[in-house]
Design a protein around this ligand. Structure first.
Ligand code: ADP
Ligand code: MG
Length: 604
């Protein structure tokens, strides 16, 4: 029998290896920027088009490459960074596996121009899908420029797997930020579709953070600086009152390499427990310097996860260093959480919500809403009266529904009270079989969510034009997300237009939104939206509906009139899923008269 094992062709081997290194445009950004840093560049420019799908270009003023090195750099396992095994345990460069360029070149169209310091001429190399197309001498400034075009052009399955431009750009920006924070002494700039969205002059860490996150971070930061013989820690943590509801502004660097490590995050967060509402996360950018021999950075192919030999010591050290820093700056929250009703909102919107939530797709909800009303009422109140389903099918948000109100058994008497508000948080209503307690906020969120989903399918809502249009600035990542949902938002009665690169102008609001701080409203919607996309994996419309519902729902502390409570109950039971809050908790609980009777009998 003939032998069957063969060696994979070089090309194919590289393509397979690429799967590990190159997942998306952001992975290319990371590898190319790290190479520029390893080459000792002091200025690095990143240019992307179509979120990196069309082009990723990195230009540096680093050491450059000789003709031979330029060619060699695309070979697999070609690296100038380690020479022997002992180097592997003492790594001071970002890269060392010698795989990145080979992998990238296997799945894209790549052009490289490089001139080594002191050389007269540069080298030009063109390579497509791992095949060399051209190599020639060229004029070029000292340093290196690499263009990666049409990523995955030869691997359609992977190209199709890429997310929307807004999502991919977000990843690109995130990689860029991580590197820019790690190297505040270098100049960085980032262009997307010809627009410069970051221009970061070299400076200190605080200046860099402010350059990236905005001038208002100036007063939000508390410095951290501690060191012992085995490790040192420095950087900044955010003041608790500026904590955000979404994760994403937590940056740990170990020997200047960005890492993800929940265990260490916890060491930081632990210090904030009593200072912030739960479900919020403080900013931090913290740098751990530690002997490279005591960590293993090779546990994850993209090198974002590391293992510490002494992780408990590192944890304790970080925990107490942050405690010390916060204590030193006597950071006390400037808002009184006890009396702030918004605290409730924070607590309710913890991101862990059910997987099931995602199953409740908007389509199902819309179909079920039409049928649900009657069923829900009947189930809950077991009434015998004939009810016209149409009464409920036309329920309008905010309308005060009087028809077929089943709560008010003594409806003829207009003064009769059938709803009772408890602790400005619950509605209690007697029903034939006992009583129900409705959680106002949970119920209202459910109502708004379903109604908003419905409105998105219908005609555009009316807009109340503003006398004084308001301009709002966003950071580039948030701006691209807002762009993604702008037409849906406007469909719901907002009139918000783009104005320049990072700015929106609010010309009008839906009629029911008045006197609101629209900037804050949009910020909260965005925070929620990000969360919904990333944690719950909802689609765009569902994420938006959920975010708006959470933002606009009645909060505890709102006093409701009889008719408001009646309308709220009616709208709730017109929902497709009236009994589940958006966080998959009950919106109401019912108590049976027989249970109540029993309670009293127990004591006689
Ligand atoms: P690694 O970074 O792990 O060594 P890469 O495939 O990323 O592997 O790069 C291969 C080699 O090419 C590097 O070791 C380095 O010598 C050279 N190189 C890559 N990019 C640059 C650059 N921008 N400037 C100078 N040399 C570079
Ligand atoms: Mg590299």
């Amino acid at each position: 029998m003939s032998d069957i094992i063969q060696l994979l062709p070089e090309n194919l081997a590289n393509q397979i290896a690429a799967g590990e290194v190159v997942q998306r445009p952001a992975s290319v950004v990371k590898e190319l920027m790290e190479n520029a840093i390893d080459a000792g560049a002091s200025a690095i420019t990143l240019i992307v088009k179509d979120a990196g799908k069309a082009l990723i270009q990195v230009i540096d003023n680093g050491s450059g490459m000789s003709e031979t090195d330029a060619r060699m750099s695309f070979e697999r396992h070609a690296t100038s960074k380690i020479k022997n095994l002992s180097d592997l345990f003492n790594i001071h460069t970002m890269g060392f596996r010698g795989e990145a360029l080979a992998s990238i070149a296997a799945v894209a169209q790549v052009e490289l121009k490089s001139r080594k310091w002191g050389s007269e001429l540069g080298t030009f190399i063109q390579i497509e899908g791992g095949r060399f197309v051209e190599q020639s001498p060229c004029q070029y400034k000292e340093g290196t420029g690499i263009s990666v075009k049409n990523l995955f052009y030869n691997v359609p399955a992977r190209r199709n797997f890429l997310k929307s431009n807004a999502v991919e750009l977000n990843h690109v920006i995130e990689e860029f930020k991580r590197i820019a924070i790690a190297y505040p002494n270098l100049f960085f700039s980032l262009y997307h579709n010809e627009l410069e969205i970051y221009h970061l002059k070299s400076g200190n860490l605080k200046q860099r953070i402010v350059g990236i996150f905005g001038a208002n971070y100036n007063e939000r930061l508390v410095p951290v600086k501690e060191s012992t013989e085995i490790l040192s820690l420095h950087g900044f943590v955010g003041k608790p009152e500026f904590a955000k509801k979404t994760r994403g502004e937590q940056y740990f660097f170990v020997n200047n390499r960005f890492i993800k490590n929940n265990y260490l995050n916890h060491a930081v967060f632990g210090n904030y427990e009593d200072l912030m509402p739960s479900g919020t996360y403080p900013f931090f950018a913290l740098f751990i310097q530690i002997n490279p021999a005591t960590i293993d950075i090779n546990v994850h192919p993209t090198k974002q996860e590391i293992k510490f030999e002494e992780d408990k010591i590192v944890y304790t050290y970080i925990r107490s260093a942050i405690k010390h820093a916060l204590g030193k700056y006597t950071v006390t929250p400037s808002i009184d959480f006890e009396s702030d009703v918004r605290l409730e909102t924070f607590e309710r919107s913890k991101p862990f919500i059910s997987e099931k939530q995602a199953e409740l797709s908007s389509k199902n909800i819309l179909q079920q809403r039409a049928k649900s009303t009657l069923k829900n009422w009947e189930k809950l109140f077991s009434i015998s009266q004939e009810i016209e389903t149409e009464d409920y099918a036309v329920l309008k948000p905010g309308s005060n529904i009087q028809s077929a109100s089943l709560f008010a058994e003594n409806d003829e008497d207009n003064n009769a009270t059938s709803f009772l508000q408890l602790h400005q948080k619950y509605i209690i209503s007697p029903i034939k079989s006992g009583f129900v307690v409705i959680d106002i906020q949970a119920a209202h969120e459910r109502i708004l969510y379903e109604e908003l989903l419905q409105k998105m399918q219908q005609e555009k809502m009316a807009t109340q034009q503003q006398m004084f249009p308001q301009k709002i600035n966003f950071n580039p990542a948030d701006f691209s997300l807002i762009e993604e949902i702008l037409s849906d938002i406007n469909h719901l009665g907002f009139d918000i237009q783009k104005f320049g690169n990072h700015t929106l102008v609010v010309h009008g609001l839906p009629g029911n939104l008045t006197d609101e701080n629209i900037e804050q409203v949009l910020e909260q919607i965005l925070e929620q939206y990000k969360n919904n996309l990333s944690v719950l994996k909802l689609n765009r419309k569902e994420s938006l509906a959920r975010a708006l519902a959470k933002q606009q729902a009645l909060k505890p502390g709102t006093v409701l009139k009889q008719e408001d409570m009646r309308a709220l109950s009616n709208r709730l039971f017109a929902c497709a899923h009236p009994n589940k809050s958006l966080d998959n908790r009950p919106t109401y609980v019912s108590f049976n008269q027989s249970d109540i009777n029993l309670k009293f009998q127990q004591y006689t």
